[in-house]
Design a protein around this ligand. Sequence first.
Ligand code: NAD
Length: 332
Amino acid sequence: MSDKKIVVAGAGGFIGGHLVDYLLKQGYRNIRAIDIKPFSDWYQVFDEAENRVADLCEKDNCISACDGVDEVYNLAADMGGIGFIENNKAMCMLSVLINTHLLMAAKDAGVERFFYSSSACVYNADKQKDADVVPLKEADAYPAMPEDGYGWEKLFSERMCRHFREDFGIKARVARFHNVYGPYGTWEGGREKAPAAICRKVIHAKATGKHEIEIWGDGTQTRSFMYIDDCLYGVEKIIHSDVVEPLNLGSDELVTINQLVSIAEEIGGIKLNRTYKLDAPKGVNGRNSDNTLIQEKLGWAPNIKLRDGLEKTYRWIFDEYAKKYDVASITV
Ligand code: NAD
């Protein structure tokens, strides 16, 4: 049991919702969960938390959020998968207001520790041209050439955390997430990421009997995907650590998008005809996480294999799909 007062910003979203659950299970009883979305749109709502709807771009809402608080976890951002971030750069960059106002409010409220969820999108694009990747080390963020829009905002906000720590003493900690996936997240509508989108497409093909799948890019681009449980454990380790520099938090199990599709097909027990949309947003050609530093400093390493995590994700999306589209006649 801990009496520490904690804010989870972005608690109505995928990672924020899971984080509230995780912290409650760790014995934290004093959690303020905040998101801009109406409660009906939160993926998870926990009655044991103090739940608030507020726009954290507004400084006054951040001041009220941080009142009497010991620790802030900032998971709030206007974001989505590659299709969203390539087409909404200004919106992505406006998330700078959330982190800036939260940091200012946290400083004034005497918050002790602050967590910022950065991204592998901060890494220099030159290091990600080849699908046959060298895993990205933390130092590869500089010289800076991050993903336009979203990545620049993340890199700038990392620097804000650094300077608030150096100048004002707030214990700000930063993780660079590499593709997090799992249940209770976005799976349709344009903001979903590759694992959820691919599960949905496989389920849709089964439901409609149209055994086809459209893949963005040529399918040879490589990525690693971290299951949510590995992420949560890492986040709590990082915020309570003495590691002041940003740390990679990601899986190092590298797959091509074609392989990811094959795993989803295997889970769904189906083989689909593949078409490739070569002009769709596809991000960098290759990206993997080098976990040497986090392993050395915190003993953290991902535990959950992609096949196992994707199966849980697929089954959750299957249930959501069946509920929404009222398809009782297909099986997982
Ligand atoms: P998500 O979109 O599911 O959750 C973000 C939440 O922030 C949403 O519920 C949204 O409503 C909320 N939000 C947006 N603007 C807000 C505002 N002005 N005030 C209050 N709440 C606001 O995304 P997620 O996958 O849970 O990501 C959480 C964090 O992790 C984000 O900072 C994201 O950039 C970062 N990240 C995620 C991934 C990933 O693979 N999921 C990868 C890298 C980084």
